[in-house]
Design a protein around this ligand. Structure first.
Ligand code: FES
Ligand code: FES
Length: 909
């Protein structure tokens, strides 16, 4: 042990520490300065940045033996507080810099160090700085963060005041469409927004720490599990295997009726077989994380390794054994049958294009790794706190497996440092449940970034073959599609994502005749989970590229070919649905001058450039709001002495559920004179919040927004007096009337038929057109996105900061999907950097957002969703721009430099 004297935020602190402990752990766990976050734990993300003796330091990798005595350390707590914000924190709030907020303290600390030495930086200097300090954000697309630093610098120089910058709305004004700052912003910028690992430090002393024994191979029979040595290790309370699970030990994957499996193939703790790398085989519960970790190494698992099928084609091979004995590896199939047979048409059409495409296993890469805890409450209910974005659904999926009646399983969402969809699937909830039930004690489990990346679900790769035929005028007359979805070993939502091929291949265009078949395939690679865009980035990549190929073949401009084929009033989608509004032509018209400019810019740059070539591309972005069919949401509202409480399970990944909930409620309640500050949000605790459905499929703003509106309308109706004014809380009580009202909204839809892919599954849609400009280095093959312009129509904008942030974040993940992001190689793709997460210099600062606001007939106050549209097909515009620059069309993502270079070499042969 070492005794250290540290000067932390100006205060002298004496600490006794292990020389091997990290500064981050000492700050967080010994001094409870939890504003410093730990994401990667390896010096890659900057979440843990602090200032030490004037320099930005990654506290997660700095060992205490290297911290000098009397080192002066500034953490986020020393920069400003909720009552006394620093200019940087203020600027971060008004620019929407904190979405999930997990990266925020680290960025604010780094920005402080920059502005301390340079109070007039250029945007490029700010970007260079964050690249140097390695601050990574997965939510915002970085542009708002640079805006915030520039604004903070102006504030610090006295060129502008906070009063001038703060949005002051007139009394009674609507919040809709404004840049109102989200309720959680102040806590996020000050590091006081507690995430799961922060709450973990407040658990009782007898809490047991869980560490997993995980599979290190991808497919094997389990012959035996020996826990004898592990049980003898210091501090160990229990070592649990499948034998200790009180229920069925299976997660319910909620399989479609036509799924050939029963949906019960995913074990909580593996019993007979290992199905993928990272599977949980045993859990060690001990008094400290270190004791649990040490003991986990002593569990001996004897296995018989089996051939591992790491892709859909491999698992579909004739000699492949069944991964789940008794269920074929191809366990679900659906067709698209629309209009006339396509084969005879294809023979007659003059313009045919055909191609294979692959969009891979994009990793979600939240900066906060998975984390949670569980305990039994005084009523004997099991309470599980996690990052779940599907509280009621997850309770249903795990209750039988852990062996409790559904009404005894209660989930609570912790503040979540980003999920982007991976938490649509249960991850650690059932493990926590099994451990808490077995021991009766509070239990805590946090993943390392390695576990986060290797264990949690990924985007499901689509292997696609498309053939498109157009008449002599360029009108698309026929489309043939074939797609195989690699969903990993576990089927949950695998059938659902496969249906998205029917929905999105050809989406946005009038294609009267389609024949297609899609299938879901079990493999031994990472299990598929929802990821922003859910099936559309795969499907739209293929069909958007086909439109581009057709344009090239016919010598028609890609924008004009899209214009010719885009859906007009009354025309229907590939799955036979009418749209809510028909705006694609208007968006293309708005995009046309930007596209022309992008082409002109590329042409000009190409004139004088030899080693670098420039190009532009365009794509249509299209996504749906809601889960297929009669999706539904419930919200409660209650009048109290102090105002109105809005009670919902609108789960937040960081996208802004708080802002949405507040704005929708206020818009209705302001009729009765309620102000934003009168509205209290009670969110995401199943014990008290109703089933609002999961936060996925861009459904929340439409479904839960509508349910919030209905609940508030019901409340006002209940408060209304005969003279048209509204009763106060006291009056309502005095008259013996109810103080609580509920609202429910159900989409008037039916799911698609799996035999034809036709139906009416969705009530509200989102549209966009993206223009991309890229630079390709002909000597290295490296592509860089120089400029993006997006024209969006997501209906009425509920909150401008939130919508801008969602679009910028989605486009940035699109840059990653196009160029760098993957989870394929189990050795290489195991870190944020290894997986290709875009850092600030990988993302252009030149992104233009243009809106058209067409009110949606069924959207609350005319709004659609937003989060997934910007990631539906931005990568297609980027890939087309690469083709435009150098003649190489990448059909198998990501477009790594070596692939582009190989294409260039082939062209030059
Ligand atoms: S750099 Fe320290 S947590 Fe990522
Ligand atoms: S706000 Fe940056 S990681 Fe979420």
């Amino acid at each position: 042990m070492l005794k250290k004297i540290l000067v932390i935020n100006g205060i002298i602190r004496n600490v006794i520490v292990s020389p091997e402990a990290s500064l981050a752990d000492v700050l967080r766990k010994q001094l409870f300065l939890t504003g410093t976050k730990v994401g990667c734990g390896k010096g890659e993300c900057g979440a843990c940045n602090v200032i030490m003796d004037g320099k930005v330091i990654k506290s997660c990798i700095l060992k205490m033996k290297r911290v000098t005595d009397e080192a002066e350390i500034t953490t986020i707590e020393g920069i400003g507080s909720q009552d006394d914000l620093h200019d940087i924190q203020f600027a971060w709030m008004i620019h929407g810099g904190a979405q999930c907020g997990f990266c925020t303290p680290g960025f604010v600390v780094s920005a402080k160090a920059l502005l301390d030495q340079n109070n007039k930086p250029t945007r490029d200097e700010v970007r260079d700085w964050f690249q140097k300090t390695r601050n990574v954000c997965r939510c915002t697309g970085y542009q708002p963060l640079v805006d915030a630093v520039m604004e903070a610098a102006k504030l610090m120089r006295g060129e502008v005041t906070r009063k001038q910058l703060w949005l002051n709305l007139p009394e009674g004004a609507s919040l809709i469409g404004t840049e109102t700052v989200r309720p959680s912003a102040c806590a996020k910028v000050t590091g006081t927004w507690d995430f799961g690992a922060d709450l973990g430090l407040t658990l009782p002393e007898d809490t047991l720490h869980i560490k997993l024994v995980q599979a290190t191979v991808s497919h094997a029979n389990i012959l035996s599990i020996d826990t004898t040595e592990a049980e003898k290790m210091p501090g160990v309370a229990r070592v649990l295997t499948y034998k200790d699970v009180k229920g069925t030990n299976r997660i319910n994957g909620l399989a479609f009726p036509s799924n050939k499996g029963d949906g019960l193939e995913r074990p909580i703790l593996n019993d007979k077989k290992i199905f993928q790398f990272g599977d949980a085989i045993a859990m060690v519960l001990a008094d400290t994380p270190t004791h649990a970790e040490d003991a986990a190494k002593k569990v001996v698992v004897e296995i018989e390794e089996l051939p591992a099928y790491m892709s859909a084609p491999a698992a579909m091979a004739e000699d492949a054994i069944e991964i789940h004995p008794g269920t074929p590896n191809v366990y679900f199939e659906l067709k698209t049958v629309k209009g006339a047979e396509t084969a005879p048409l294809m023979k007659k059409l003059p313009n045919i294009v055909e191609e294979d495409f692959y969009v891979g296993r994009q990793p979600h890469l939240p900066i906060e790794p998975d984390v949670g805890f569980a305990y039994l409450d005084e009523d004997g209910k099991l309470i599980i706190h996690s990052k779940s974005i599907a509280l009621h659904l997850h309770a249903l999926m795990i209750a039988d497996g852990i062996g409790l009646p559904l009404d005894k399983v209660m989930l609570v969402q912790n503040n979540a440092g980003g999920t982007f969809g991976y938490k649509f699937s249960p991850t650690i909830e059932s493990l926590l449940g099994v451990a808490a039930l077995d021991t009766g004690k509070p239990v805590y489990l946090e993943f390392s970034m390695y576990q986060q990346i290797t264990y949690t679900g990924k985007r499901s790769p689509f292997w696609m073959h498309l053939k498109m035929g157009a008449d002599k005028d360029g009108k698309i007359q026929a489309l043939e599609t074939d797609w195989s979805v690699d969903h990993g070993p576990y089927c949950e939502f695998g059938d659902l994502v496969t249906t998205k091929g029917s929905v999105f291949m050809g989406a946005g265009y009038k294609v009267d005749n389609i024949r297609g078949v899609g299938r879901t395939v079990a493999t031994n690679h990472a299990w598929g989970s929802a990821f922003r865009g859910y099936g559309s980035p795969q499907s739209l990549f293929a069909s958007e590229q086909m439109v581009d190929k057709l344009a090239v073949k016919m010598g028609i401009d890609p924008l004009e070919l899209r214009y010719k084929n885009a859906l007009k009033e009354g025309e229907v989608t590939p799955n036979g649905c009418k749209l809510d509004v028909y705006v694609i032509h208007q968006l293309l018209d708005k995009a046309r001058p930007y596209y022309a400019k992008a082409k002109e810019t590329a042409k000009e740059k190409n004139k004088n450039s030899v080693d670098k070539k420039y190009g532009s591309g365009i794509s249509l972005l299209f996504y749906t709001c809601g889960l297929d069919g009669a999706d539904s949401s419930e919200v409660g509202v209650e009048i109290t002495k102090n105002g109105v409480s809005v009670i919902s399970s609108w789960e937040d990944h960081g996208q802004g559920a708080d802002m949405g909930s507040l704005t929708h409620a206020h818009e209705t309640l302001r009729k009765a004179g309620y102000k934003p500050e009168d509205i209290k949000l009670i969110m995401n605790d199943m014990r008290i919040t109703p089933n609002s459905g999961p936060a996925g499929g861009s459904r929340s703003n439409v479904l839960t927004g509508n349910a919030t509106r209905v609940a508030c309308e019901n409340l006002l109706e209940g408060l209304k007096k005969t003279d048209g004014t509204y009763r106060t809380y006291d009056e309502q009580i005095a008259e013996g009337k109810s103080t609580r009202y509920d609202g429910k909204w159900t989409a008037p839809c039916i799911a698609c038929d799996v035999e034809t892919g036709q139906g009416n599954p969705i009530s509200v849609y989102m549209y966009g057109v993206l223009v991309a400009g890229v630079e390709v280095d002909l000597t290295t093959g490296k592509a860089h996105v120089d400029k993006l312009t997006i024209v969006s129509d997501v209906g009425t904008i509920i909150n401008k900061l939130v919508v801008d942030g969602q679009i910028l974040g989605g486009l940035t993940q699109g840059i990653g999907l196009a160029l760098t992001e993957d989870f394929e190689d189990l050795k290489k793709h195991t870190t944020l950097t290894g997986c290709g997460i875009p850092q600030i210099k990988d993302v252009t600062d030149d992104i233009t957002l243009i809106y058209q606001e067409t009110p949606r007939p069924l959207g609350p106050y005319g709004a659609a969703g937003v989060g997934e549209m910007p990631l539906s097909a931005p990568h297609s515009a980027i890939i087309s721009a690469i083709y435009d620059a150098c003649g190489v069309r990448i059909t198998h993502l990501p477009a790594y430099p070596e692939k582009i270079l190989a294409g260039i070499k082939k062209l030059n042969k």
